[in-house]
Design a protein around this ligand. Structure first.
Ligand SMILES: [Mg+2]
Length: 238
């Protein structure tokens, strides 16, 4: 009897959202100066398009640059200007920058994976984004040796989780992650344990969740996750 841990990567094991926030700040600054608009107008437009595109395209490598290029074009139209190809290139460069930064592992990431390994868990990195980008992050982190598989989808939903759980017994399976919409809700919908590690998130990750659900647990930090898992799941020899 083996337990299975599906663990989210971005903003659960490794910092991520901060790079996107920095890129957004640079793009808002650039577009507002170019078009003579208030920064909050640019930020609202860009964030709205980012959310819409992430929800329709999924989290692909192109969704973020596409959203902010669309933001620049939409605002050009609003002020009656032709989009400048040079500015569009700069927008894209800022957006691409966010994907290219080396990630710092969050406190407790390596101990959690090492603990799962020692206890005989199957360790699956369950992540949304571009498969090549996400796999490269795991490899660059140096933690690939502690991981059995990396599953990447463009959208984490109850259906994509069900497909990747592939019949693993629900009482022996846990999803660990920072996102209520991408990690917790799909886990609960599939009847597997959900361990929520709250972290800074964007609107895409927000969702109403019944915290009284019998399969829901919240960890105060990543460091607390092994203790929680030990109480929820049988160990290797059980
Ligand atoms: Mg995450």
């Amino acid at each position: 009897m083996r337990a299975h841990a599906f663990i989210d990567w971005d903003d659960t094991l490794a910092e991520n959202i901060g790079f996107f926030r920095q890129a957004i700040e640079a793009m808002v600054d650039l577009i507002s100066r170019e078009l003579g608009l208030e920064p909050h107008v640019v930020a609202e437009t860009g964030n709205r398009l980012d959310l819409e595109i992430a929800r329709t395209m999924g989290l692909t490598r192109q969704s973020f640059p596409t959203a902010w290029s669309a933001c620049y074009r939409e605002l050009c139209h609003r002020v009656g200007r032709e989009p400048d190809p040079g500015v569009l290139r700069q927008v894209r460069a800022h957006a691409d920058w966010a994907y290219e930064q080396p990630q710092r592992l969050l406190d407790g990431a390596e101990p959690l994976l090492r603990w799962c390994r020692q206890e005989g868990f199957e360790v699956v990195i369950w992540t949304a984004g571009d498969p090549e980008v996400q796999r490269a992050k795991v490899v660059r982190s140096g933690l690939a040796r502690l991981v059995d598989a990396v599953y990447t989808v463009s959208r984490k939903t109850p259906a994509t989780l069900r497909e990747h759980l592939d019949g693993r017994p629900s009482h022996l399976t846990v999803v660990v992650g920072n996102s209520l919409s991408s990690d917790v809700q799909p886990a609960l919908a599939n009847g597997v344990w959900a361990v929520h590690v709250p972290a800074d998130t964007w609107e895409y990750d927000h969702a109403p969740v019944n915290v009284a659900h019998p399969l829901y647990r919240q960890a105060g930090s990543l460091r607390e996750v092994p203790v929680l898992l030990a109480t929820l799941l049988p160990r290797r020899t059980a």
